[in-house]
Design a protein around this ligand. Sequence first.
Ligand code: HEM
Length: 283
Amino acid sequence: MNQKHQDVNATSSEKHIHTDFTNNMTYGEYLNLDKILSAQNRLSGHHDEMLFIVIHQVSELWMKLILHETQAAIKSIESDELSTAQKRLARVSKTQSQIIQAWDVLSTMTPSEYMEFRDSLGQASGFQSYQYRMIEFALGYKTDHVLKIYQKDPELHKTLTQAFEAKSLYDVAIAALHRAGLHIDEEILNRDVTKTYQDHESVRLAWMEVYRNTDKYWELYELAEKLIDLEDWLQQWRFRHMKTVERVIGFKMGTGGSSGVGYLKKVLDQRFFPELWAIRTEL
Ligand code: HEM
């Protein structure tokens, strides 16, 4: 086919493309792209700061989706709609795998490049990521630094307090075990949910029962595997973060004031759903 024919075909098949948007919403307007794409403010003006900003913003956007889906999954479990919850959690895991991939892009930044603009960050650090803390809260890991950090913003502080005081995904999953007729001690059912969840014998025995009778407890069994997926991916994110940080700043202190890699290694030991890991040795 000669060049002239190709052009004629393209024009005739695309003659319905809309170009008059005087009274209609565009793609850019729908997505508020003016706001999103004008929010990459390089304080140092250094070339590589763009990558640093974009990777954080992209991660925060994915975290927004993770929270949205996790909070919806909590509601679904509370109303015993376990297959809906599983669908939402499957989406969370896929999203987590996207954030993990983002480390490959960030790893193209060398220590020399980062040191060119690190001072512009001041004390700002991912440690202050309130969406990340809200995800941890939703999974049952409750630390309160973020509540202190955002005291200066009353509306955000209120949202964070509500998230801190809410039942976690694991709390509602345990209550679902109880409703399914499995024994769970009262002290766990009525626990103070502002405290980080600690493993409990009655919960371990209940999950054992589920894994030994998968036909009888199929939906709870599937839910448990979704929880394991979530924790597995979150730990992989933590590990890639720690290794990327070591690659870029070695063992320097973090801009947030922690020991840096040492701190990030320590949080790797924290478990969200301890019994679901423990029973794997016994089964
Ligand atoms: C060169 C890139 C990065 C470096 C050098 C870095 C460094 C650090 C360090 C040292 C900490 C510990 C707290 C502190 O003292 O600051 C930290 C925490 C954190 N960072 Fe990063 N980070 C980088 C990229 C990212 C990215 C892309 C994200 C994505 C949102 C992120 C999210 C977080 C979060 C959520 C924490 C809190 C972790 C926890 O407390 O368990 N970081 N980062």
